[in-house]
Write a protein that binds this ligand. Structure first.
Ligand code: HEM
Length: 219
């Protein structure tokens, strides 16, 4: 059976170009190549806050679902770290200073929708964000720390204190994906939802780039 391609491998293959689109979005590319500003980074943290607020509220709702529950662990919870990062980056009144971009609002609406109704869709969004944070997120953290002189304050979102070995965690997560008894049609739907999740992330990056361009023009 060793030559049988697992679901997690198929998922990864079929979403590779979507990953490339997210990774290659100009806003992200600029940020990781040192062409972004501290303000750009903060704008990204702000959008993450709204996204994880929705994702982690959906997580609370999905805890009673047997399939979703196998992926849920407090080790992944990011919202407290995002709150601490925003307090550090924007100050005590950070809650009054932030708002979601239209693309973030659309992303949040979709997370809320599937998070209330469809375990496979929830897992798709959970996978896209958290496995990304444990992969490319770790590269992004190092670059941001270096560029802006952050130690841990401001980049807490990328620090998973309870996950010492991201690679092992990701491998176990993938074994769990492979173990779910989804039929082929449901697996296809989950893959489509991951593609959609990547698209939401790309849209957010493009929106951030537009917001940046328009504020630069005003100034
Ligand atoms: C500059 C931005 C990014 C970089 C440099 C980057 C880089 C990477 C790298 C190196 C991996 C590891 C591949 C492996 O395990 O061999 C990875 C995996 C992954 N990334 Fe990204 N990434 C970026 C942006 C994103 C974004 C925006 C998302 C989605 C929100 C994302 C989601 C994922 C996911 C879900 C995986 C795991 C794929 C799998 O093995 O199943 N990444 N990324």
């Amino acid at each position: 059976m060793s030559n049988v391609v697992s679901f997690s491998q198929v998922l990864r293959e079929r979403t590779k170009s979507s990953h490339g689109d997210s990774e290659g979005a100009t806003f992200m590319d600029d940020l990781v190549k040192g062409r972004g500003t501290r303000e750009d980074y903060i704008s990204l943290v702000v959008q993450h806050y709204f996204i994880y607020q929705a994702l982690e509220a959906a997580t609370e709702r999905m805890m009673n679902d047997a399939i979703a529950a196998s992926f849920i662990t407090p080790k992944l919870t990011r919202l407290p770290a995002l709150e601490a990062d925003l307090e550090f980056l924007l100050g005590d009144d950070w809650r009054d200073l932030i708002e979601p971009l239209p693309s973030t609002a659309a992303y949040v609406a979709r997370i809320n929708e599937v998070g209330a109704t469809w375990n496979g869709g929830f897992v798709a969004h959970h996978y896209t964000r958290y496995l990304g944070d444990l992969s490319g997120g770790q590269i992004i953290r190092t670059l941001i720390q270096r560029q802006f002189g952050f130690e841990t304050n401001g980049v807490g979102f990328y620090l998973f204190d309870e996950i010492a070995k991201p690679k092992e965690f990701k491998d176990t997560y993938k074994e769990q994906l492979d173990a779910v008894n989804w039929d082929d049609a449901e697996r296809d739907r989950v893959i489509d939802e991951v593609v959609r999740a990547y698209q939401f992330n790309t849209d957010v990056f493009n929106d951030l780039a537009r917001a940046k361009a328009s504020s630069t023009n005003v100034a």
